[in-house]
Design a binder for this molecule. Structure first.
Ligand SMILES: [Zn+2]
Length: 152
């Protein structure tokens, strides 16, 4: 019995031209150029939807992380746990840009740049803590859940 496929016309996602009959079922572009053009257009659309400040914010976060990395040893531990805020700021660190935060029961607030946390101490110091991430599988949803370690 003939399948429906023969009557199903498919059109290129980029240029809307008809895709030749007998093409692989997963074929959705007429050629590599259309595939590339489609992906570029999608990327540009996504970029246009984002906040106009998005690139700048991400740049600040990456820069902060680069600065904090100077205090991390190759073994993942931090070389120091206390840094004068002024020292970081002079290097271009902007404390208001971070990726996650953690509040201790005593209300101390840690801000993190990926796996390095910082919190303000007395006398204009930041205390640093290595706060790596790990995954666990949620038993109900079977989905991977990412969690950040607490400060030590
Ligand atoms: Zn095409």
């Amino acid at each position: 019995m003939p399948t429906q496929e023969k009557n199903e016309e498919r059109f290129c996602l980029f240029c809307d031209r008809r895709i030749e009959t007998g093409a692989r079922p997963e074929k959705v572009y007429c050629n590599v150029d259309c595939n590339n053009n489609y992906n570029s257009r999608k990327k540009a659309e996504l970029k246009a939807q984002g906040s106009p400040y998005q690139t700048e914010i991400i740049k600040n976060i990456k820069n902060n992380y680069q600065i904090l990395l100077e205090y991390k040893s190759s073994k993942g531990q931090l070389k120091t746990s206390k840094i004068p805020i002024q020292e970081l700021v002079q290097k271009g660190f902007k404390p208001e840009f971070f990726t996650s935060c953690y509040q201790e029961p005593n209300h101390r607030l840690w801000k993190c740049c990926f796996d390095i946390g910082y919190t303000e101490e007395a006398n204009y110091y930041f205390r640093l803590s290595y706060m790596p991430f790990h995954y666990y599988i949620d038993e109900d949803t079977q989905e991977q859940v990412i969690v950040q370690s607490k400060p030590n």
